[in-house]
Design a protein around this ligand. Structure first.
Ligand code: GLN
Length: 477
């Protein structure tokens, strides 16, 4: 079967009578069957319900009553609640847990006739940058199976990259949608914080967590965003800002774009990624955009701020997994011992590291030195970034400092792994939207992505410029 780049391609095949949603679903299921043993992208596959829904959607299409997403087969990261389906956040602590309701973002997709094909592998509780922290083992990059797909939404990127579904829904707290998208040559969109309801998304760091989209085309990302965005009575933090028709964009706008000298000159940045980013900057200039170098003195503070605050929020959020309310319960006659044993056995190393760091920075003696200080620095970073975005439409940078690395390569030193998030965490610290767009390959044919950030709620223009950048890439091929 053809590799469909977007839902509109699928819909035109269906319209021409060459394809049914049922056949398409069977095709993805067959791919999952063939490839999942090696790639480990899906933790559960919902074949029966997907095929049943596919039949129903075919009937709806035939009777002209189909929703906006009819024909779209979607995989969801193992952090989203889906009623009566297992949910484990790729952790042993949620062993045996099943959701009693469906996350709002996922329900909105289903209401528009999307089909949910399965839950996808990820780093435990979305903490990681390689998918190696999953209790179910690493997911493999389909471009080179000895390499990681990135994380934490690793399985989600692998599934789209290996044609096991059309689109994946991930979560992005510090880059978890954009970084795996970049490593697998896909589009990764992190919308504005509060654009999409977090109801039914297992919390990692609540003031950073954002529902995100991994797709092959900008068009699909726009459409899925349009469906998922907007107010929700179950999440009071969702913005009441109107949701534009993201899928009906204006084309060909000319923009003012900034890039940071500190980003491009960073020691940790791979030279081929640097070159590729500078090439895109040149192409943007030739296409009539104004691109300027801007100074951003706070770059080195973003990552520490992110890791202090997210660890603090994680330690608080994950305190609910006590062996009483959800999933796993260790055997013990003594209540306190049961709590301790459940958490010791249930959480993996990285999650424990974050909980301990978070508990430390929130402790009475260190609160002012770490947590409260990081909050202040977050404000400075936010104000300075927003001031730049008052003058410029976008900030461009590489998405990641390296391309996909080998499985096991970064496991020795957690700091090295955290550096992978150097460019992506800023958007979450500030709360602004950001996207990773595939722009080329390094000399090992590993994909390279560039990232664009924009003002809060400006996803429309972010998608528009991404479409322009994709065309440059096409010209190069
Ligand atoms: N790698 C980052 C972290 O471990 C980002 C994870 C995410 O966005 N969920 O926190």
């Amino acid at each position: 079967m053809k590799d469909f780049r977007s839902l509109s391609e699928i819909r035109s095949e269906i319209g021409a009578g060459k394809l049914t949603v049922f056949q398409l679903t069977e095709h993805y299921l067959q791919n999952i069957n063939e490839k999942n043993g090696r790639l480990n992208a899906f933790l559960s596959i919902y074949s029966d319900s997907a095929l049943k829904q596919a039949k129903a959607v075919d009937q709806k299409i035939a009777s002209g009553k189909a929703g906006k997403l009819a024909g779209m087969i979607i995989g969801i990261k193992d952090v989203f609640a889906y009623e009566n389906h297992r949910l484990q956040c790729a952790s042993n602590i949620l062993e045996g847990f099943s959701s009693q309701y469906t996350a709002t973002a996922i329900q909105k997709l289903i209401d528009e006739d999307a089909i949910i094909i399965g839950h996808q592998n990820c780093d435990e509780f979305a903490m990681g940058s390689s998918n190696e922290n999953s209790a179910f083992g690493v997911s493999r990059n389909p471009i080179d199976e000895s390499r990681v797909p990135g994380g934490s939404s690793g399985g989600s990127a692998v599934a789209v990259g290996a044609d096991m579904c059309q689109v994946s829904i991930g979560s992005d707290t510090g880059g978890s949608v954009r970084q795996p998208a970049a490593f697998c040559g896909l589009i990764g969109l992190k919308p504005t914080y509060s654009r999409i309801s977090r109801y039914g998304l297992a919390a990692y760091a609540s003031s950073f967590d954002t529902v995100g989209i991994i797709s092959k085309s900008v068009e699909d990302a726009a459409l899925v965003l349009e469906v998922m965005a907007g107010e929700d009575e179950f999440d009071s933090t969702v913005s009441s800002q109107p949701v534009p028709d993201f899928s009906k964009r204006n084309a060909g706008g000319k923009y003012k774009i900034a890039y940071f000298k500190e980003t491009i000159d960073h020691d940790g940045l791979d030279s081929q990624i640097k070159e590729c980013t500078l090439e895109v900057i040149d192409q943007l200039k030739s296409a009539g955009h104004e691109v300027e170098e801007v100074q951003f003195d706070l770059l080195e503070y973003i990552l520490p701020t992110y890791y202090v605050l997210t660890a603090a929020e994680a330690s608080s959020n994950l305190s609910r997994y006590d062996g009483v309310r959800f999933g796993k319960r260790a055997k013990s006659e003594n209540l306190e011992e049961m709590y301790k044993m459940t958490r010791s056995e249930g959480f993996g190393t990285e999650v424990k590291r974050r909980i301990m760091t978070g508990t430390f920075v929130l402790s009475a003696s260190y609160y002012d030195a770490y947590y409260s200080k990081a909050q202040k620095v977050r404000r400075l970073i936010r104000d300075e970034t927003n001031a730049i975005l008052d003058k410029y439409d976008f900030i461009i940078s590489p998405t990641t400092p390296t391309t996909a690395f080998k499985i096991g390569e970064m496991n020795e030193n957690p700091m090295q792994m955290y550096l992978e998030d150097l460019y992506t965490v800023q958007a979450n610290v500030v709360g602004i939207p950001a996207i990773s767009v595939p722009v080329g390959f390094d000399n090992q044919r590993l994909p390279i992505g560039v990232q664009l950030m924009s003002k809060s709620f400006n996803e429309s223009e972010l998608l528009e410029i991404s479409n322009q950048i994709i065309t440059f890439k096409d010209q190069n091929r």
